[in-house]
Design a binder for this molecule. Sequence first.
Ligand code: SF4
Length: 68
Amino acid sequence: MRVRVDPERCQGHGVCVVTAPALFDFQDDGKAVAAARELEVADLDGARAAEASCPELAIAIEGKLRTA
Ligand code: SF4
């Protein structure tokens, strides 16, 4: 399971960066980028909150949670 930002939709509001700073950061172009790693259980609340709060609907959570 990963979280992704659609760069075509992202307008750089930064809601995701504030909501889940462990998962999102700004790129040099001012748009957000999501952590390039598999999500862990501890990431889920932040990822879902960011997905729900993005005003551009630019965030998607994809795949299934990988369990050990
Ligand atoms: S909240 Fe959405 S539009 Fe704003 S920076 Fe994050 S991904 Fe981009």
